[in-house]
Unconditional design. Structure first.
Length: 469
């Protein structure tokens, strides 16, 4: 029997454990903080639960435009009270429940779970440091899935009370009077969006001219417009130099000398891989300059028998990608059929309001001439269902190849973009044409109807007739 030892119980680790056990391996998983890892306990599950609560607030407050008002005749804003303590208790309870469910599934499948930290002892063993001492675990196959940790600025160290990283927000019992969010990437934008919807005065410090610099520029522009219309303050092209606590306030100093004062500050300035002290270099595992584990498309490292998955590889910081990397590692190492990771088929989502979902070829690649593609964008406000729901911000964008019409990418900006992107993800993965996509029936009225409409608009267009955005 093949001994498989996995370090890290996040999506990359626990999904790999299930596949490894399924394929006949003898699997041991070493996890130090709870199954599900940061994705379940401090990152994805908690943040998206908080965001779901914010979405409910947005929906309720938008009811006035649909003709629904308080019996008292007052404002809906005056009738609603946000109990952040209750929200965060629910958030953490759901995270613990999800972690418990994962633990139960692994045990039911026969995976041995070790509570502790792991490090490589060459390429044929892992040393697990547990509360009862060290244990040497023999390994034919090792998978490193140790994730990342929030990055800290030397002059803006989180104290867990007023200056916070995104793992510490769930300890708050009351809404901040004014929340300064440093960083306008996915994490910063999502939390800024959520707290803004909950009624907090939010200041978003962005080092770029526009929020969400890593996503579709037109989609990011929509989100920034929504943020600004809702009253959020966005300080563009501003870089935070320090964050210092002064009593019950936090003062953030910018690189140009300006200061911003708030009651709390969220530092969302990226993350660093948890790869130090694991014995990776000693085992012959190559790390990048940023400290990430270098892997190929089947999750192999440079050391024989050692694989890696998830955020510690720096491939694509998504739970879905981590899980797939872990599964691929087991399929490959245990001799099952395997298809290498293809990032062109990965769909991702930014959980702002509205959401931004993307898959495949991007507008940036098309504009740079890296991919020859046609494209069309259909505004959401022309969609009948959107009008019924009072939705005005968003669009559907599709890219296809000029000659064949094969769908190679798409962007959806809408309240449920994370659900709508699935049809485009299938089209990209299965190389469907815009005509095939257009000929599939959609419900009328539905937001998904805009996807079919965009596909219909691309029918019969040549490269010389490329549709303007």
């Amino acid at each position: 029997m093949t001994d498989v030892v996995i370090i890290g119980g996040g999506p990359g680790g626990y999904e790999a454990a299930l596949v490894g056990q399924q394929l006949g391996g003898r699997v041991t998983l070493v996890e130090r903080a709870g199954l599900g890892g940061a994705a379940v306990l401090t990152d994805v599950v908690p943040s998206k639960t908080l965001i779901a609560t914010a979405e409910a607030m947005t929906t309720v407050l938008g009811a006035d435009a649909l003709g629904i008002r308080p019996r008292s005749g007052g404002s809906l804003d005056d009738e609603l009270v946000v109990d952040l303590g209750a929200i965060n208790r629910r958030v953490l309870a759901l995270a613990r429940a999800q972690s418990s469910d994962i633990h139960g599934r692994l045990e039911a499948e026969g995976v041995r779970v070790v509570d502790g930290t792991g490090r490589l002892d060459g390429t044929d063993a892992v040393i697990a440091a547990t509360p009862s001492g060290e244990e040497r675990l023999a390994a034919d196959i090792i998978l490193v899935a140790t994730g990342t940790t929030p990055r800290e600025l030397p002059a803006a160290r989180p104290d867990g009370e007023r200056i916070l990283n995104w793992t510490q927000l769930y300890g708050l019992d009351a809404l901040p009077d004014r929340l300064i969010v440093v960083g306008s990437g996915v994490t910063g934008a999502e939390f800024a969006s959520a707290y803004n919807a909950l009624g907090v005065d939010v200041v978003l410090v962005s080092s770029r001219h526009q929020v969400l610099p890593g996503t579709d520029a037109e989609a990011a522009r929509v989100v920034q417009d929504v943020f600004e219309r809702s009253g959020m303050t966005i300080l563009s092209q501003a870089r935070a130099r320090s964050a210092q606590r002064q009593g019950d306030e936090v003062v953030v100093t910018l690189a140009d000398g300006r200061t911003v004062t708030g009651s709390h500050c969220l530092m969302a300035v990226g993350s660093i891989p948890n790869t130090a002290g694991l014995g990776l270099a000693e085992a012959g595992v190559t790390l990048t300059d940023s400290g990430h584990v270098k892997v190929d498309k089947v999750s192999r490292t440079s050391a024989r028998g050692v694989y890696a998955a998830g955020d510690c590889t720096g491939v694509f910081a998504l739970a879905s990608v981590a899980a797939m990397q872990g599964r691929i590692a087991m399929w490959h190492s245990l001799g099952d059929a395997v298809q290498p990771l293809d990032l062109r088929t990965v769909s991702s989502n930014v959980f702002t309001a509205p959401e931004i979902a993307t898959v495949g070829v991007s507008q940036e690649q098309v504009d740079a001439g890296l991919v020859r593609a046609l494209g069309v964008m259909v505004p959401l406000q022309t969609n009948a269902r959107a009008k019924m729901r009072g939705l005005k911000d968003g669009f559907v964008k599709i890219f296809c190849l000029p000659t064949t019409g094969i769908v190679v990418g798409g962007v959806v900006v809408a309240p449920i973009a994370s659900e709508l992107i699935q049809s485009l993800a299938i089209a990209v993965a299965q190389k469907l044409t815009v005509d095939q996509l257009a000929h599939s029936f959609t419900v009328y009225p539905s937001l998904s109807g805009s996807i079919a409409e965009a596909a219909r608009r691309l029918h019969g267009h040549s490269e010389q007739q490329m549709i303007s955005f």
